[in-house]
Design a protein around this ligand. Structure first.
Ligand code: VG1
Ligand code: CO
Length: 542
């Protein structure tokens, strides 16, 4: 039976860089999930009788949220809802499933790399029929709707057993609990030469993949240890846990430091890799060779044609603005276009749909291609494996050769987490005021060529995104970029992105922080970071 429940709005349901993200306790407020999901459906048209895909990264509150979403979806008229078994689907797997089933859209329950558990974070994101995150036009409409919503529709029915494969009725809708890996694995098999990678492992190639007790575990085990024959134990922390074992499922140099130490130590495997909470990010570290996400994007783009799925070459590359220009050098050499977009995967959707780009990436450990409309952690790992197998070289040799051919973009990101929000906003305002005075000024050995607050006009639909980050660009190509995070749940996080180019092979093997030290110092002075945030050091360096 469908019921209409009266409700009052929550004023804070503004989606950030990647959906709505709040503390678990906020999502546990009665009607909070219901209001948001009904607000999403109220902004969509034409889904009667259509299919919705639902899955999450398995974090605390995943199952409760899914039960509510199923009831609301059925009450609103969706005909079929596909749910990953146990409520778990990685973000790229949701994207793949939406596309392969012709679903109307999907709902992803995740706060990605943010910590989970009762005191951690939770999130809800709506994806459209192309499999990708809803564009800003939709997320803004949902936010507007959430501020005035006064009722939601829900089917009264007992909880559905999310662990049993098969189809059950819920009101007039049917709910199908599906295997979470099969569809995704089949897609990977069309892109990569599994036989070649199997041979690589059979020949003694060693690997450690840390699924960080999050969504990628089942995929990594089935594909790496199962289909590709990597040694048992290659995948660690392979069981999704509601609190990720108490860790941050963030594959960076802080939260995956053990992998870095392993890769740099005497018993390093050939490849170390990790993924985040919802499986869309990736970390790649070869033996004695850390690969920055920006370099990974460039190297994957330069070598993608070696994998069967990209044999014909790539049409173009897109990168988020703060991502280093390493990929631009590859695009220039290949004679293909490169697009610079605001932070967040939703800005790649139109370019991918239009066939203008094949490979996309962000400095925040996200890489992906036109096979789905999300970044895809395991995809990146498999493409690396296929390239390693095809070239018969390890990560370090591939990276060194890449730098020698294209030059190296030294790159680092300094995060100042959970700083006072007013202070952070004042810092950005201060930089905005500074912009007009910067061009032509000399700092140490560098002149400022350009400074602006990044804005982007989508070449496909002409939509515009403004105030996307302060850029200070030097005449030698070095950059300092400042922006505030849109995914945090406490205070504000200031991200400072720093990059410089080194064409001289003899100088491409310095320590990153040392190579960028003068720009780091300048980033403090220009932004008056200590004055506005009270911090003289970042909390996280990646
Ligand atoms: C961060 C990253 C951004 C990424 C977003 C979602 O956003 O910087 O590149 O797209 O997280 O990633 P922000 O606004 O905090 O800088 V995840 O793995 O949620 O899906
Ligand atoms: Co993620």
């Amino acid at each position: 039976m469908t019921r209409i429940v009266a409700t009052t709005p929550f004023p804070d349901q503004r989606p950030g860089t990647s959906g709505l993200r709040k503390k678990v306790s906020v999502f546990q407020t009665p009607n909070y999930v219901e209001n948001f999901v009904q607000s999403v459906f109220d902004c969509l048209e034409g889904f009667q009788g259509q299919t919705l895909v639902v899955g999450g990264d398995g974090r605390y509150h995943n199952r409760e949220a899914i039960q509510a979403i199923l009831r609301i979806a059925a009450a609103n008229g969706f005909g079929r809802v596909l749910v990953g078994r146990g409520g778990v689907l990685s973000t790229p797997a949701v994207s793949a499933l939406i596309r392969s089933t012709g679903a109307f859209g999907g709902i992803i329950l995740s706060a990605s790399h943010n910590p989970g558990g009762p005191h951690g974070d939770f999130g809800i994101k709506y994806n459209i029929g192309n499999g990708g995150p809803a564009p800003e036009k939709i997320t803004e409409a949902v936010f507007a709707r959430s501020k005035v919503i006064d009722r939601y529709k829900i089917v009264d029915a007992p909880d559905i057993d999310l662990d049993r494969l098969g189809t059950v009725k819920l009101g007039d809708a049917s709910v199908e609990i599906v295997d979470c890996v099969a569809n995704y694995q089949a897609l990977m098999e069309t892109l990569f030469d599994f036989a070649r990678i199997r041979k690589l492992f059979a020949g003694g190639f060693t690997m450690r993949f840390d699924a960080m007790s999050a969504a990628t575990g089942p995929y990594a085990k089935a594909i790496l240890e199962g289909a590709l024959g990597a040694a048992p134990g290659t995948v660690i922390n392979g069981e999704p846990l509601p609190d990720f074992g108490g860790h941050h499922p963030d594959p960076n140099l802080v939260h995956a430091k053990h992998l870095y130490d392993l890769a740099m130590g005497p018993s390093a495997p050939d490849l170390c890799a990790a993924s985040d909470g919802d499986g869309d990010r990736n970390l790649i570290i070869g033996r004695q060779a850390f690969v920055t996400p920006s370099d990974s994007l460039a190297i994957l783009a330069a070598n993608a044609h070696l994998a069967p799925g990209y044999r014909k070459g790539i049409a173009g590359i897109a990168r988020s603005m703060p991502t280093s220009a390493a990929a631009d050098r590859v695009a220039a050499k290949l004679g293909i276009p490169v697009f610079e977009t605001p932070t967040g995967w939703k800005f790649f959707g139109n370019l991918l749909d239009a066939g203008m780009v094949t490979i996309c990436g962000e400095e925040s450990a996200g890489t992906g291609s036109n096979h789905v409309r999300e970044k895809d952690g395991l995809w990146a790992v498999l493409l690396w494996l296929d390239i390693i197998a095809a070239r018969g070289q390890g990560v370090k040799a591939i990276q060194d050769e890449h730098w020698a051919a294209y030059g190296r973009n030294y790159y680092t990101r300094h995060d100042y987490e959970e700083v006072d929000a007013d202070g952070a906003n004042a810092l950005v305002e201060g930089l905005r005021r500074l912009i007009p005075s910067l061009p032509g000024r000399r700092f140490g050995s560098r002149d400022v060529a350009r400074a602006d607050d990044f804005s982007y006009r989508d070449p496909v639909d002409d939509s515009e995104a403004t105030r996307q980050g302060i850029r200070v660009i030097f005449s030698d190509g070095a950059r300092i970029v400042y922006r505030l995070s849109g995914t945090g749940t406490a205070g504000a996080t200031l991200r400072v992105y720093i990059e410089s180019f080194e064409g001289d092979v003899a100088r491409q093997h310095a320590d990153t922080q040392a190579a960028l030290a003068d720009l780091v110092t300048l980033s403090h002075a220009l932004g008056e970071i200590e004055r506005y945030t009270g911090r003289d050091q970042p909390t996280v360096i990646t």
